[in-house]
Design a binder for this molecule. Structure first.
Ligand SMILES: Cc1cc2nc3c(=O)[nH]c(=O)nc-3n(C[C@H](O)[C@H](O)[C@H](O)COP(=O)(O)O)c2cc1C
Length: 170
């Protein structure tokens, strides 16, 4: 039986969400699945994928536009495969202390797509981040790296188990 093929699509400004996506991809591969990791703006065709994991950094209470336009562009295909969503943002330990709900826009998207699950992971803001507001936040000591690779890997393991068990004949 050919292994399941999963797309991990991400939208990231300062690459920390891109790295989370790469951890998810590695976690899925570790479980024997085929996983491609790509920026949302680079994906044109979903027809080869059996499942999609879609994630974005959160900026000012919203997903990045390239992630929401990905969801719009591929709406029909996304309705036909299992979809998992993740957000990356909080610049404090809150995401590892308990499950944080998605922003209202992402909650609506999850409902529209019938997503399996949404997870919020901690974010990262470090020197070199682009934008005036980012600079101001760094000056106000709001920066740091609050991502937890182990937690992300564990989640990708859960996704792999779900996909594999759903494929197994009853
Ligand atoms: C200007 C600005 C606004 C942000 N707004 C939010 C927000 O509303 N909610 C949140 O959880 N994180 C927010 N963050 C934190 C980012 O989501 C976090 O730094 C994330 O890891 C960035 O991902 P990226 O490196 O992939 O771009 C903000 C960061 C900046 C610089």
């Amino acid at each position: 039986m050919a292994s399941l093929r999963v797309l991990v699509a991400y939208s990231s400004k300062n690459q920390s969400t891109a790295e989370i996506a790469s951890w998810i991809g590695a976690g899925l591969r570790e479980q024997g699945l085929r996983a491609d990791v790509a920026a949302t703006e680079d994906v044109t065709d979903l027809s080869h994928y059996d499942a999609v994991v879609l994630g974005s950094a959160v900026y000012v209470g919203r997903w990045r536009r390239s992630a929401t336009s990905f969801a719009r562009r591929h709406h029909h295909r996304l309705l036909r495969v299992p979809v998992w969503l993740f957000s990356s943002g909080p610049l404090d330990p809150s995401a590892t202390e308990g499950e944080l709900p998605p922003t209202p826009g992402v909650a609506r998207l999850a409902k529209r797509l019938g997503a399996e699950e949404h997870r919020t992971f901690g974010g990262r803001l470090t020197d070199g981040a682009g934008g005036f507001l980012a600079g101001q936040m760094l000056r106000e000591k709001m920066g740091g790296d609050f991502r937890n690779q182990q937690e992300v890997r564990a989640w990708s393991g859960d996704i792999a188990s779900r996909l594999v068990s759903e494929r197994e004949p009853i």
